[in-house]
Write a new protein. Structure first.
Length: 304
């Protein structure tokens, strides 16, 4: 008689999934800090093209999506997912070329926070935008005091990236329902790479031809900022309730500030740290209190 497999400890599974999400946050933000170092050589769009292109190649080789059997609906959902990825990545990395990483991620979180409030249609969800806006005000105070410099155009790009992040949440959820497994992700990243290529190839290709060692920095950036975070998130989502997943992911602004400090030497004042804390608190509170239609919860998911 075949012995039964040992019972799975739910607490251990939850703890493992929590570590996966935290690992995703750390990988994503440290990957962004690593990618930042490519800006002088290839520019923001060139770096985005390299990172997404390399990530697409890795995912296609590993996942090998069976696209021949896809329906028109599956292709449309995946294409929308890819377009959102392209806009989110392109404008975010364009923004952090002039805005420090910690404040940039905190400001970008306004997109998902507003989306949660709109879909939940509750006063409490809108109320959680207040601490987030106070945090934005603290960043502005630091800027006016000359403690930190927040380029106005860079802030616009970050806010546009936040809008695309909100669209990404909706598009990724729809693509996840339409396409099983990681095939949708692999194709979406490929579509995103194709969409940003016209803006970045002209700077990326000559730079790589002149100095092929740039690929030694671009490949780890692609793995840390795209391939690894998504893989960890998919594994965590199978083990964690969505609200818990969203709460853990809300730590991203704090992780981004730490990555900016450790890898890029981007310090942060006391007011800046308070601003990041307010955004994290707003995201956690919004996730806990979300009352979306059809009893579904909307969670913040990470950018590519």
């Amino acid at each position: 008689m075949t012995p039964l497999p040992p019972a799975r400890d739910p607490r251990r599974a939850t703890a493992t999934a929590a570590l996966l999400v935290l690992g995703s946050c750390i990988s994503l933000q440290f990957g962004a800090a690593l990618a930042y170092q490519l800006f002088p050589a290839v520019g923001a769009w060139g770096m985005t093209t390299l990172r997404l292109g390399l990530a697409a190649i890795v995912l296609l080789l590993v996942v090998r999506p069976r696209v021949r059997s896809w329906t028109r609906s599956q292709w449309l959902a995946t294409a929308a997912f890819g377009a959102a990825l392209a806009g989110m990545n392109g404008f975010f990395y364009w923004g952090i070329s002039t805005v420090p990483l910690g404040p940039a991620v905190a400001i970008e979180f306004l997109g998902p926070l507003v989306l949660t409030a709109v879909l939940s249609r509750g006063i409490r969800e809108w109320a959680w935008l207040i601490p987030a806006m106070i945090g934005m005000g603290l960043f502005a105070v630091d800027h006016l005091r000359g403690v930190s410099h927040l380029d106005p155009l860079g802030l616009v790009f970050i806010l546009v990236a936040g809008l695309f992040w909100a669209l990404y949440i909706l598009a990724s959820e729809r693509a996840g329902r339409k396409v099983e497994g990681a095939g949708g992700l692999a194709v979406a990243v490929t579509i995103a790479a194709v969409l940003v290529a016209p803006f970045g190839l002209s700077s990326a290709v000559p730079a790589v031809v002149a100095d092929s060692s740039l690929l030694l920095l671009a490949l780890p950036a692609a793995l840390l900022a795209s391939v690894i975070p998504y893989s960890l998130e998919f594994a965590a989502l199978r083990r964690l309730p969505k609200p818990v997943f969203g709460i853990l992911l809300s730590l991203e602004p704090a992780v981004a500030a730490l990555a900016g400090f450790l890898l890029l030497g981007q310090g942060m004042s006391v007011l800046g740290a308070c601003a990041v804390a307010l955004v994290v608190a707003a995201s956690i509170g919004s996730t806990l209190g979300a009352r979306a239609p059809r009893k579904e919860r909307v969670e913040v998911t990470a950018p590519a």
